[in-house]
Design a protein around this ligand. Structure first.
Ligand code: GTP
Ligand code: MG
Length: 137
């Protein structure tokens, strides 16, 4: 697939790191197809991470993801999903490789700066969660 979905999370936006992160994304060869900035309600944040609803951190995750501005975006590049997961690094920044976005900007395993879809199928579902069809050209 040639597209993925990403979201800069509240910790990174609040810290003033969104510009630096967008620069890294573009320098890695991704085209920003669509981009927004707004706040999620706790309910809507819970819907986005519904797959984790049985996990012990789900309630904290909903609160965190609705605690400030987020920047959802659709990205385009050959091999987008896998290449983007590589660019962002491991979920826990303590395990993230040098030079990855999470190594540079994540604060903790929860406040980890950025999201990246884990499959082509989820990239499409997540893109459609935030953007209308007309916004995805
Ligand atoms: P995403 O790109 O955001 O989906 O992260 P991921 O695919 O690397 O991790 P995963 O889908 O397993 O978890 C989703 C999000 O839940 C993570 O990015 C963290 O923000 C949060 N999270 C994951 N594991 C933990 C945990 O053990 N504790 C807490 N507090 N939050 C976690
Ligand atoms: Mg995930």
């Amino acid at each position: 697939g040639n597209r993925t979905f990403s979201m800069i999370k509240p910790d990174a936006v609040a810290a003033g790191n969104s510009g630096a992160i967008l620069k890294m994304i573009e320098e890695a060869g991704f085209r920003i197809v669509a981009l927004k900035k707004f706040k999620l309600s706790e309910e809507r944040a819970g819907q986005f991470y519904e797959v984790h609803k049985e996990r012990p951190f789900y309630n904290d995750l909903k609160k965190y993801m609705s605690s400030g501005f987020i920047m959802p975006m659709i990205l385009e590049k050959e091999n987008a999903v896998a290449d983007f997961r590589k660019l962002i690094g491991a979920t826990n920044p303590a395990n993230a490789e040098d030079g990855t976005i999470r190594k540079l900007y994540a604060k903790s395993i929860e406040a980890n700066a950025i999201h990246g879809s884990d499959s082509d199928e989820n990239a499409a579902i997540e893109g459609n969660f935030f953007f209308s069809g007309l916004e995805q050209f």
